[in-house]
Design a protein around this ligand. Structure first.
Ligand code: URP
Ligand code: ZN
Ligand code: ZN
Length: 490
């Protein structure tokens, strides 16, 4: 009997810390050996001349997510994970989103039904909490955390999702007690609404005014406030989809003070600007997301945040809302104003190729940092390490071969999602994944998606190390005991 189901030979393995030539032996979907001249395999994959990287983890994407506004995401678990795998991503963490009045447990059950049998990559779920009732925080959430749903996103904006500061504190204190990770969408809701009203009154309803309404100062204020609330409760927190210098400075300063505040950014803040929303007709809607892309100067600050360690993870925030058709952005927004357009851009498939091309190839981003941001750190951030996010004996055989010389011009026809546009149309990338294995099975080879039935599994998350509190609030409040320590220093 062969010792391995597959051996990947002759490639150069790159992890978040190491780079070396070795073969990888795969058995039962798991990396069984790493070494020289491995033989005894039923199948050999020749990786000569290729980099062998861990599969990416996209820890922020919206797949088959029902929205309270009625907007529908174009990708379900089948098309979303197909697109992910073709872009070198082998695990996704989308959101089981609670709408007000819903039971969290029922939301999770419904989301499992949407994923079951469809996914081509493994997946875990974050929760979105929009209704933190006593029942939700006292019973449902603790039970779900124990079942492997150990991270949740909360919002400071959107009418249907926004929590007030008191509710944020309640959620943070629950997360602290249970050991879970909190992700936060930080934009000041009242500022956005106030500015939107003023803009619409003056007839400024076209897509570029979305960026004016979603001012960088509104992002900074909300980021500052969120960090303050997390600090008071002594709860680690990740600020998602950060777009601008002002918010980056808040996160950097919090980290410098020793707080466990984490940052995430996305391709749209490196490769798009607000200027992209200023296009003929309603085309600018294709570039609308929240927070919005800013300007060239802010792009530089985002790059610096990636290289300097302010950002911990690089996710797509893939929010696939079609442009055309009855449900499309154009139909909903044209003549009604930018505020009616579903927020979000697609990016699941091009997340890693774009960062590789513009970061690693240009020498701007160390390749180990690239692996860390896209694969290893997301696994650690959400309690999936060492099973996911690295190449090691015992880890799942989620592996991607990269051709560092392959040049590809991005067009929607080439991508594998269910979208009708990509905001990166025409952009040229050098460095592209050429083979993807998920759980030891080849699902993508040389531009072709080759999997048939979705074999992706739900992976429960452990309580993440990253979510461990510092020990005591510097304000003297001990959330575990629910009382102040009696110190008066601030
Ligand atoms: O515009 C965005 N980011 N849409 C997706 C939803 C979210 O807030 O992440
Ligand atoms: Zn968000
Ligand atoms: Zn999002």
């Amino acid at each position: 009997m062969a010792s391995f189901d597959k051996v990947i030979t002759g490639g150069e393995i790159v992890t978040a810390s190491d780079r070396y030539f070795a073969d990888i032996g795969i058995k039962d979907g798991v990396i069984a050996a790493i070494g020289r001249d491995l033989d005894g395999a039923a199948e050999v994959i020749d990786a000569a001349g290729k980099l062998v990287l861990p599969g990416g983890i996209d820890s922020h994407c919206h797949i088959d997510q029902p929205s309270s506004s009625g907007a529908i995401t174009a990708d379900d678990f089948e098309s979303g994970t197909r697109s992910a795998a073709c872009g070198g991503t082998t695990m996704i963490i989308p959101f089981a989103a609670q709408h007000r009045g819903q039971s969290l447990r029922a939301v999770v059950q419904d989301y499992h039904a949407r994923a079951e049998g469809k996914a081509h990559t493994d997946y875990a779920f974050h929760l979105i909490i929009s209704d933190p009732t006593d029942q939700v925080l006292g019973q449902e959430l603790p039970a779900l955390i124990k079942d492997g749903y150990t991270s949740f996103k909360i919002y400071l904006t959107y009418d249907s999702l926004k929590l007030d500061d008191r509710q944020v504190l309640d959620v943070l204190a629950t997360a602290r007690r249970e050991g879970a990770m909190v992700m936060i969408h930080a934009e000041n809701h009242d500022v956005i609404n106030w500015l939107t009203e003023r803009l619409l009154e003056s007839g400024h309803d076209a897509p570029p005014f979305h960026a004016v309404a979603h001012a960088a100062a509104a992002e900074r204020e909300a980021t500052h406030r969120a960090i303050t609330l997390a600090e008071i409760v002594d709860q680690p927190m990740l600020v998602v989809h950060v777009s601008a210098k002002a918010a980056i400075d808040e996160i950097r300063e919090a980290k410098a003070r020793g707080l466990k505040i984490y940052g995430e950014t996305c391709p749209q803040y490196l490769f798009l600007t607000a200027h992209d929303m200023d296009r003929e007709g309603f085309e600018g809607a294709k570039y609308m997301c929240s927070p919005p892309p800013r300007d060239k100067a802010n792009q530089e600050h985002v790059w610096n945040g990636l290289t300097s360690g302010v950002f911990d993870v690089f996710s797509s925030d893939h929010a696939p809302y079609l442009y055309s058709g009855d449900e499309g952005k154009a139909q909903h927004g044209h003549g009604c104003g930018f505020h009616r357009v579903a927020n979000g851009v697609p990016g699941l498939e091009i997340r890693m190729p774009l960062l590789f091309s513009e970061g690693v190839r240009t020498g701007r981003l160390d390749i180990h940092r690239f692996v860390d941001l896209c694969c290893t750190r997301p696994a650690r951030m959400y309690g999936l390490s060492p099973r996911k996010g690295t190449i090691a004996v015992g880890s799942d055989a989620d592996i991607v071969l990269w051709d560092t010389e392959k040049t590809v011009t991005i067009t929607q026809e080439l991508l594998h999602d269910n979208m009708d546009y990509t905001p990166y149309e025409g952009r040229v990338c050098t460095g592209w994944p050429v083979l993807t294995l998920t759980g030891g099975e080849v699902v993508y080879r040389d531009g072709e998606f080759v999997a048939r039935k979705g074999k992706g599994r739900f992976i429960p998350c452990d309580l993440p190390e990253t979510a461990k509190p510092l020990g005591q609030s510097i304000h003297g409040f001990n959330p575990a005991e629910g009382r102040y320590a009696g110190r008066y220093e601030a």
